[in-house]
Design a protein around this ligand. Structure first.
Ligand SMILES: [Mn+2]
Length: 278
């Protein structure tokens, strides 16, 4: 067994794993959990893809392993809160109940080490405006290039048929713009909800787009996903929030020795300062 070198954090925020669907990047998440432990873990929705489970069962060993890894941290004393998402909304029936030490709820308030208070919510409750444009958020350059090519083909075809010119590419451009607007609209509406809840920020998932941003006095934090981007958010012991991108399976590293010298120097400096002040 390799030495235990998981990094300790105050809080982990994980969402949109979609266990039960083929798209779930379970191996990367298992490895992330192997390297990151915390006092508190928030599962910010869509951890299990209930919709897919009903259509087609896809539950390989790796998906079990993710659940086991999370339960293991619970046994070791981590406080775990499972916020329901739209894909695991069956959990919304069980609000306020506990499963093996895991608390199930629809929304929670998290107080960070720096005193900042965050609304933790999946976020699907607020995306009605933009649901239909959602897939476009993933339209990349290649899709755009293809659209440009298709545009030429369509234009030639329409000319042959004597139809007026219609630009597919400008249509695509408008759609991509809508997708960007979609992310913006989602951020606006969640930031507004945080303001209404009288907290300092919101921590959500749902749109598979990790972010730490400030909108005026409100912080907007999105945990990303484990379907495409393999991202989570960690809270350090000083309350600092950080996005961790973990798209790989890493070997466990050797334990790093404690930095003795700088600590000693700091203590001496501190003592000198006290002497000066006295
Ligand atoms: Mn969702």
């Amino acid at each position: 067994m390799p030495a235990h070198t998981a990094k300790q954090f105050r809080t982990l925020f994980i969402s949109d794993v979609h266990l039960g669907s083929k798209a779930a990047k379970a191996d990367f998440l298992i490895d992330f959990l192997r390297h990151h432990e915390a006092d508190t873990i928030f599962l910010v929705g869509d951890i299990v893809d209930g919709w897919r489970l009903r259509r087609q069962w896809h539950w390989p060993q790796a998906h079990n392993d993710v659940v086991q890894k999370i339960l293991r941290q619970a046994r070791k004393g981590a406080r775990i809160t499972y916020i329901a998402g739209n894909h695991d909304e069956f959990l919304r029936m069980f609000q306020g109940t506990h499963f093996g030490g895991i608390e199930v709820t629809d929304r929670a308030i998290h107080e960070a080490a720096d005193g900042k208070r965050y609304l933790v919510i999946h976020g699907d409750q607020f995306d009605t405006v933009v649901v239909n444009a959602r897939w476009l958020a993933y339209l990349g350059d290649r899709a755009y290039e293809f659209a440009m090519f298709a545009n030429r083909v369509v234009a030639r075809l329409r000319r042959m048929l004597g139809l007026p010119y219609w630009s597919l590419s400008s249509w695509a451009k408008v759609k991509v713009k809508q997708a960007v607007n979609f992310i913006g609209a989602f951020q606006d509406v969640l930031t507004e909800e945080a303001r209404r809840s009288e907290v300092d920020g919101v921590i959500c998932g749902h749109i598979h787009h990790a972010a730490i941003e400030a909108f005026g006095d409100i912080r907007y934090i999105n945990t990303g996903d484990w379907v495409e981007s393999c991202t989570a958010v960690v809270e350090h012991f000083d309350g600092r929030m950080e996005i961790v991108h973990w798209p790989f399976v890493k070997p466990m590293s050797a334990p790093t020795p404690e930095p003795l010298v700088p600590v000693v120097l700091d203590a001496r400096l501190a003592r000198e300062r006290v002497v000066e002040a006295a």
